[in-house]
Design a protein around this ligand. Structure first.
Ligand SMILES: Cc1cc2nc3c(=O)[nH]c(=O)nc-3n(C[C@H](O)[C@H](O)[C@H](O)COP(=O)(O)OP(=O)(O)OC[C@H]3O[C@@H](n4cnc5c(N)ncnc54)[C@H](O)[C@@H]3O)c2cc1C
Length: 436
């Protein structure tokens, strides 16, 4: 294989897969996609319910830890991130959420030309193959399959009923005219299987597009520069160190932590910070690796005897085994669950312009990303702060530091829905819930 290509794309996650696939639609350009992980095309990735096997540990997951967080009493946070073709889209919870229109418009207002919602909407529509929704906000026939859940779980209707009774707006399309409200998430799945970015954008063309080269097990260690122009990538594959060169562009899609990390390892970043690690500067760019905004997330967990929730009990394990057989036969049932089936976006104060919390209502007690086993049947609700002001930094060794502590408001909606299902209920602390 030639080691010079028109485009070198690094990181085959949600972004990298889409970019490499779109660029290689033109047969006249050559594209190489480098990915540190593997192919990620086995049942652990394709079976939605198996996400719990990946999110909690090192399977297809970098499973990062933060440095001790001063704002969280020294606690070390766990940061799962996908590794392999598809990146985080191969391990994530599959909820199809684009973000609020106003966020894109704010980015555009800050000077980022081309990022307003009106600018990005055509791209969202072009990417999408939505089996239910259509019209102004949605697309059909794109590579990314979006659909409703195939779980047939009656809890969804009960959740909606509870939300109606508490007078919350029911939202059937969180990516439509209005984001606010509660509802059931659409998911990136097809026929009951996870539809990662790799399945949509890369797998169909591996071996069929001669101009698309995918190299897995390739860990990028350095951007190669000629002066200030990026001309290639050095990467490790097994024990070998190799290089690829780009005639036109090097495109970084290593995710929110590792993109700045690779830039800094290559000499692009704050000169003083680079000097502390003995890295010769190529370009002094102080913002690199700074201003990371993560979302604090608080979890309410409750025990429940309702058999539609998943859990580690004798009966619960029996139901899981049955659902594995159902999944193999029909691609329906509990194994197609993304666990966080319901939820939505709410304002914690009526005077707010935009929703500031997101709920993920989970069909199991998901505690500490599933890393703390919970013996029993039940459900949980994640309450995630969307517009936090604290910022963090990711450095050369990928530590993450919070600069300020923020309190987390919770909504009456969460408490209401939790109460409805508590049989018997326990306060979150009784289930030893911790923010992730
Ligand atoms: C557990 C979890 C649940 C989530 N749930 C949802 C959800 O339900 N809905 C939603 O919309 N979003 C969800 N997200 C977020 C969403 O998946 C991510 O925002 C998105 O996938 C990020 O895309 P990306 O291309 O920026 O990075 P990623 O998809 O993370 O891709 C980065 C890629 O770069 C590779 N890479 C990194 N370093 C190197 C290197 N040095 N050399 C070569 N390759 C490298 C990685 O292995 C990875 O494949 C979730 C994320 C996680 C982790």
């Amino acid at each position: 294989m030639a080691d010079t290509f028109d485009y070198v794309v690094v990181g085959a996650g949600s972004g990298g897969c889409a970019v490499a696939s779109r660029l290689s639609e033109d047969p006249n350009v050559s594209v190489v996609l480098l990915e540190a992980g593997g192919r990620d095309d086995n049942w652990v990735v394709t079976t939605p319910g198996a996400l719990i096997l990946m999110v909690s540990g090192p399977v297809n997951n970098w499973a990062f830890n933060t440095v001790p967080q001063p704002g969280l009493n020294g606690r070390i946070g766990y940061q799962p991130r996908g590794k392999g073709l598809g990146g985080s889209s191969a391990i994530n919870a599959m909820c199809y959420i684009r973000g609020h229109k106003a966020d894109y418009d704010r980015w555009a207002a800050l000077g980022n030309t081309g990022w307003s919602y009106a600018d990005v909407l055509p791209h969202f529509k072009r990417s999408e193959d939505n089996s239910e929704l259509d019209g102004f906000y949605h697309g059909k026939g794109g590579p990314l399959s979006v659909t409703k859940l195939q779980t047939d779980n009656p809890v969804q209707d009960i959740y909606l009923q509870a939300a109606r009774e508490a007078q919350f707006r029911i939202n059937e399309d969180f990516n439509g005219e209005e984001q606010e409200g509660l509802g059931v998430y659409q998911v990136t799945q097809k026929n009951g299987e996870r539809w990662s970015a790799a399945r949509g954008y890369i797998h169909p063309f591996m071996g069929t597009r001669k101009n698309l080269h995918v190299i897995t097990g390739a860990h990028a260690t350095r951007i190669l520069f000629e002066g200030k122009r990026a001309t290639g990538i050095e990467y490790r594959q097994g024990k070998d160190t190799r290089q690829v060169r780009a005639r036109r562009e090097v495109i970084l899609g290593l995710g929110a932590f590792q993109t700045p990390q690779l830039l800094m390892l290559s000499g692009v970043g704050d000169q003083a910070e680079l000097a502390r690690h003995g890295i010769a500067p190529v370009h002094h760019l102080p913002g690199v690796g700074k201003n990371l905004h993560d979302h604090p997330d608080f979890v309410f967990g409750f025990r429940s005897g309702n058999p539609n929730f998943l859990g580690l009990t004798a009966a619960g394990i029996g139901r899981i085994v049955k659902s594995i057989f159902q999944y193999r036969r029909e691609r329906r049932g509990a194994m197609t669950s993304n666990i966080a089936e319901c939820g939505g976006f709410l304002k914690t104060r009526p005077d707010l312009e935009l929703p500031d919390i997101q709920l993920h209502f989970c069909m199991a007690v998901v505690n500490n990303h599933g890393r703390t086993p919970f013996f029993g049947n039940g459900f949980s609700c994640h309450v995630c702060l969307l517009r936090q002001k604290a910022a963090a930094a990711s450095g050369c060794k990928a530590p993450i530091r919070c600069s300020r502590r923020r309190s987390i408001r919770t909504s009456s909606a969460t408490r209401m829905i939790s109460k409805r299902w508590s049989v018997p209920s326990r306060p979150p602390s009784a289930c030893s819930m911790r923010p992730p």
